[in-house]
Design a protein around this ligand. Structure first.
Ligand code: P5A
Ligand code: ZN
Length: 471
């Protein structure tokens, strides 16, 4: 077996290695940036999608599914949007040998597919807000380095699109989106930052963008979500209007919220260790794995008892897997550790005789014996503790790797998230990016107490900007 990588020594290799060995994704597909979802990886993704669907349901968004192809004329209506996405687009130009009259493109995101239709759907103020979402694949010809889950060209994509009577109602939607983000991030045990992106880095066509960033162990941040206020920017070119109470036609105000399989990438990177993945219990395909320790003579009794355990755990509402493969228990431990299953139960002759189960936590490696009768309470408690521990660890690592830099030199030396004083001017911002070789992620949406100087021009300012190297 190949020597396993150390996460702390080479995060990037470790990430690729773990993704492969945990069998999350098959990267042998012969089109760059397009990977295959394996059964195990797909189960994780679907568990995340299910949480998102629950949240959408709770907040009364309705699921839709728009076509994959967009015609060029529809795509081209909003100038900023096409400027931002034009180069990333995959075009469909032919059918067989014939050139198409109107070229078609694979959606890189679905604004331009949906909004001509929203213009037909939205009639009166009584139908607003319109709250929709879809979970579909989108295509972006990324030129930055591709990497499983983190940057792909065929993206498993969640996108919510809403229409509102006015700016304030759209702002309420953004507050709701932030609340949804928080619920989801808690379940994934991920700390994150909500940063209002600088003007030069907002979503193409947006009035403003909130980037949701998480810190990876490499010291780079990964954007795991985008929440955008469009104001009337798309409503105008797509003529999405409604009749208000006075019978006047008004443009809707729109918002969107997007996430992707990057959430899986963040979970792998943030929580995993040198033994493999560690999956947050809420998204683990199996929360509990049972490994029989077979002793000669009573093999059948042990298997039977393991089946009883399996049923008991399943009936209590947990996702459980009984591993009856004919390989050594040690190999099974190894496999399930790589795959990040939060809890392992072992049952052998000694356990059977003493009416206990051996119980191992993936996050701490701690092994203990528990009474058979306390099994379900113990599982319930342990899964909760694992989730808490994962979040706490990640939070403390984020804290440890966040620095306030007084000067550009200090900023340059830091690995992680760097906070600096910034006057707010684009000129200073982009120059800071060049000098530090970092990205200005933006300013926190909840204003932080700060008074100091812009690290570049020295002007007194109360604005803190966050900088980091990014994926
Ligand atoms: C919001 C939904 C949008 O596209 N339109 C509809 C808006 N926003 S976004 O920020 O550009 O994308 C949303 C999130 O998708 C993830 N993402 C990716 N994931 C994997 N591979 C990619 N190439 C990729 N590109 C974007 C990011 O998490 C982003 O925040
Ligand atoms: Zn300045």
């Amino acid at each position: 077996m190949a020597k396993s990588m150390k996460k702390s020594e080479n995060f990037s290799e470790w990430y690729n290695d773990i993704t492969e060995r945990a069998n999350l994704s098959d990267k042998r597909y012969p089109v760059k940036g397009m990977n295959i979802w394996t059964p195990y990886g797909w189960k994780i993704m679907l568990n995340i999608d299910n949480i998102i669907r629950e949240e959408m349901d709770r907040t009364k968004h309705e699921e839709v599914c728009f076509p994959l192809l967009i015609s060029e004329d529809q795509f081209a209506k909003e100038a900023e949007h096409i400027k931002g996405f034009g180069d990333d687009v995959y075009w469909v130009t032919h059918t067989g040998k014939n050139l198409l009259d109107v070229r078609l493109l694979l959606r890189p995101t679905s604004e331009t597919a949906m909004y001509p239709i929203f213009a037909l759907w939205v009639r009166s103020h009584a139908e607003l807000p319109l709250k929709t979402f879809q979970i579909v694949n989108v295509f972006r010809y990324e030129t930055k380095q591709t990497r499983a889950f983190m940057r792909v060209r065929e993206i498993h994509f969640f996108e919510a699109h809403t229409c509102h009577t006015d700016f304030d109602d759209a702002e309420k939607q953004i507050a709701e989106d932030l609340d949804i983000m928080d619920t989801l991030a808690k379940k994934l045990c991920l700390p994150y930052l909500n940063l209002r992106r600088p003007e030069w880095d907002k979503f193409a066509g947006a009035y403003y963008t909130i980037g949701v960033d998480t810190l990876m162990p490499s010291g780079r941040t990964l954007q795991i979500g985008g929440i955008h206020q469009y104001k009337e920017n798309f409503a105008k070119p797509y003529e999405i209007t409604y009749e208000d109470e006075q019978g006047e036609h008004q443009y809707v105000h729109q918002t969107t919220y997007g996430m992707s399989e990057r959430l899986v990438g963040a979970v792998i990177g943030v929580h995993g260790d040198d033994l493999g993945l560690i999956l947050p219990p809420d998204i683990a395909p199996y929360q509990v794995v049972i490994v029989p320790i077979l002793a000669k003579g009573i093999q059948e009794r042990i298997i039977e008892e393991c089946r009883n355990l399996e049923n008991e755990v399943k009936n209590a509402g947990f996702r459980v897997f009984l591993d009856t493969r004919e390989i050594r228990p040690g190999s099974k431990y190894f496999d399930w550790e790589i795959r990040g299953v939060p809890l392992r139960l072992e049952l052998g002759q000694r356990d059977l005789e003493r009416n206990v189960v051996t119980f191992v936590r993936r996050d701490t490696g701690k092994k203990e014996e528990i009474e058979r009768s306390k099994l379900i309470t113990q599982i319930t408690d342990s899964l909760r503790l694992i989730a808490e521990n994962l979040l706490e660890k990640a939070l403390s690592s984020q804290k440890k790797n966040t620095f306030l830099a007084k000067t550009l030199d200090d900023a340059k030396d830091a690995v992680g998230i760097v906070k600096i004083g910034w006057c707010g001017e684009e000129g200073c911002g982009t120059e800071i990016e060049e000098i530090t070789d970092m990205t200005v992620l933006g300013t926190p949406i909840e204003k932080e107490d700060f008074s100091g100087q812009c690290v570049l021009c020295g002007k007194t300012t109360d604005i803190v900007a966050y900088l980091a190297k990014t994926y």
